[in-house]
Design a binder for this molecule. Structure first.
Ligand code: ADE
Length: 224
């Protein structure tokens, strides 16, 4: 996957790039590229934002600057770009990220994430350049870098070779394999610690029984 992130803080992604599952997919041929609007702004002094029309606190990312950044990087009109690849704008008012959306995005060959700082984006960026508006939860963070990393993490870990065991992304919380339920409880050695024991069924090696128990536990956790 070719994953690009439009961000005023490209260095924020250095730590993310070094995480094992991300490093694994990058080594396997995927790319993670930061696009800094400051490198493309037509305004003097590296200006990228402005005061909101109508007044109010904070600064708003300018539509002409994001247009220039996308056009400069991709060599085409961003209005056309969003018809060719998913351009996901991270915003608290977007649709909530869940496992189904992460799986859908993991199937894309290329993805662009728009992460903003300050008070947000000029609405015309969302209207004309983005294909999707996504929120990572009903709370507001100071910027879009962490939300972009959350989305990128949820997506990249689903790519082949990201994790050690391929099956670990198949049967995990909220996956199709678990019927959208949270994951069942896991235990490891010691089988008894301070009198706290591991459920007997897991120690018996009876796979069908273990499977039944796990599904039941997932159902109980899901409130079903
Ligand atoms: N930017 C700031 N807060 C956010 C959130 N909760 N989700 C997505 N983008 C954001």
């Amino acid at each position: 996957m070719k994953l690009d992130v439009v961000t005023l803080f490209p260095e924020a992604f250095d730590w993310f790039r070094a995480q094992r599952h991300v490093a694994n997919v990058l080594a396997a041929g995927s790319t993670l590229t930061a696009i800094n609007p400051r490198d493309y702004t037509p305004l003097s002094g590296g200006q990228v934002d402005d005061a909101p029309f109508g007044g109010g606190a904070g600064m708003v990312l300018r539509v002409d600057v994001i247009d220039a950044a996308l056009r400069g990087h991709y060599g085409r009109d961003p209005v056309e770009l969003r018809g060719e690849r998913r351009v996901v704008l991270l915003t608290p008012s977007g649709c909530l990220l869940d496992d189904a959306l992460a799986t859908e995005l993991a199937g894309e060959p290329a993805l662009t994430l728009l992460s903003g700082r300050y008070e947000g984006f000029d609405e015309r960026i969302a209207e004309h350049f983005a294909s999707d508006l996504v929120s990572i939860g009903r709370y507001v963070l100071a910027g879009g870098e962490l939300p972009a990393m959350v989305l990128a993490d949820a997506v990249l870990r689903k790519l082949p070779g990201a994790l050690g065991h391929e099956e670990s992304v198949v049967e995990e919380s909220y996956s199709v394999a678990l019927g959208g339920l949270p994951e069942y409880p896991q235990y490891t050695r010691p089988a008894e610690y301070r009198g706290w024991t591991v459920p007997e069924v897991l120690l018996g090696g009876h796979h069908a029984e273990i499977r039944r128990w796990r599904l039941e536990q997932a159902r109980l956790r899901g409130g079903g």
